[in-house]
Design a protein around this ligand. Structure first.
Ligand code: HEC
Length: 256
C-alpha cells in the first residue's frame, strides 16, 4: 500500500507529464545539413498528384532506388488505376501485378559506382519526413570538389547525383556574413538561379512535391483509409455521445 501511494504521488505527476511532453516535442530531427527547410503541404488524397508522383518516381528514381515494400497491384489500388494500366505504364522490369517495386541494379555494383548504395525508399518519407525530402531535392548546387560535380545543402557530401538537374537548371547558394551570437558566420540566405532548367522554379517545386506525395503514400499506403475511417469514427462518437447524454438525463431525472 505504501509503495502504491508513492507511485501515485500527485506531486510527481506534473513532472512526469512535462518530461513526456518535452521528449515528444524534442524528437531529434534527422536533418543532415544546414540548408533551407521550406514547409511543404502535400495531399495524399489528391489522386492526380499521386499518379504524377508515381510517374516521376518510376522515370527519375527507380533507375537506382527500389520501393520493395510496395506491390504493383497495391499501387494500382492507391492510384485508382487498373492493374493493366499500372503494369503497362509504371512497371518496366516487373512482370506480375503482385511483384514489388524492385530494381535490377545489384547493390554491390551500386556501392562500387556511387560509394554508397542507393537506399530502398519504401519508408524514407517516414524516416526523413516529407519536408526534408522536398527540400533535399531542391538543394543541389555545383561543387567541383565532389565526384558528381554536385553537392547538396541538406545532405552535405551526398553521393547521389542531381538526377533532376535538367529540369531544375543550375542554382548557386548565396551566403552572407552575419554576426550570430557575437561570432561572425556564413549564413545561407537563398538560392540564385544561374541557368534555367526545362521547368520554371514553380513547376520544378510542383514536380518535386508530387514525388514527395508519392513517397508519403508508399511509406504508409493505408493513410487514406485511416483518414476516411477517422472521420467516420469521430462522427459515430458524436452521435453515440448525444444518445449517451440523453440516456443519462432520462435515468437520473427521477433521482435528483
Ligand atoms: C543515379 C542513381 C540515383 C538516382 C537516379 C536517384 N538516386 Fe537517390 N540516391 C542515390 C545514392 C547513391 C544515394 C546514397 C547517397 C548518400 O547517402 O549520400 C541516394 C540517396 C537518396 C536518399 C537518401 C538520403 C538519406 O540519406 O536519407 C533519398 C531520399 C533519395 N536518394 C531520393 C531520390 C529520389 C526521390 C530520386 C528520384 C528523383 C532519386 N533519389 C534518384 C542514387 C540515386
Amino acid at each position: 500500500m505504501m509503495v502504491r501511494g508513492k507511485l501515485l504521488n500527485f506531486r510527481v505527476l506534473p513532472v512526469v507529464l512535462i518530461t513526456l511532453l518535452v521528449l515528444a516535442h524534442g524528437r531529434p530531427a534527422l536533418s543532415a545539413g544546414y540548408g533551407p527547410m521550406e514547409p511543404v503541404s502535400i495531399d495524399v488524397s489528391n489522386t492526380a498528384a499521386l499518379q504524377r508522383g508515381a510517374r516521376n518516381f518510376v522515370n527519375y528514381c527507380m533507375g537506382c532506388h527500389s520501393a520493395e515494400f510496395m506491390r504493383f497491384n497495391r499501387l494500382a489500388e492507391g492510384l485508382q488505376l487498373t492493374e493493366v494500366q499500372v503494369m503497362e505504364n509504371l512497371a518496366f522490369t516487373a512482370e506480375r501485378p503482385h511483384d514489388t517495386m524492385q530494381i535490377a541494379m545489384r547493390m554491390s555494383d551500386a556501392e562500387r559506382w556511387f560509394g554508397q548504395p542507393p537506399p530502398d525508399l519504401s519508408l524514407i518519407a517516414r524516416v526523413r519526413g516529407t519536408t526534408w525530402l522536398y527540400n533535399f531535392l531542391r538543394s543541389y548546387y555545383p561543387d567541383e570538389s565532389r565526384p558528381t560535380g554536385m553537392n547538396n545543402l541538406n545532405l552535405t557530401g551526398t553521393s547521389m547525383p542531381h538526377v533532376l538537374w535538367e529540369l531544375q537548371g543550375e542554382q548557386r547558394p548565396v551566403f552572407e556574413t552575419r554576426g550570430v551570437g557575437g561570432v561572425e558566420r556564413e549564413v545561407f540566405v537563398g538560392f540564385e538561379q544561374v541557368s534555367p532548367g526545362l521547368l520554371t522554379p514553380e513547376e520544378y517545386d510542383a514536380f518535386v512535391r508530387d514525388i514527395v506525395t508519392f513517397l508519403s503514400f508508399v511509406g504508409e499506403p493505408i493513410q487514406l483509409e485511416r483518414q476516411r475511417l477517422g472521420v467516420i469514427v469521430i462522427a459515430f462518437l458524436l452521435v453515440f455521445g448525444l444518445f449517451a447524454w440523453l440516456l443519462q438525463q432520462e435515468i437520473w431525472k427521477d433521482v435528483k
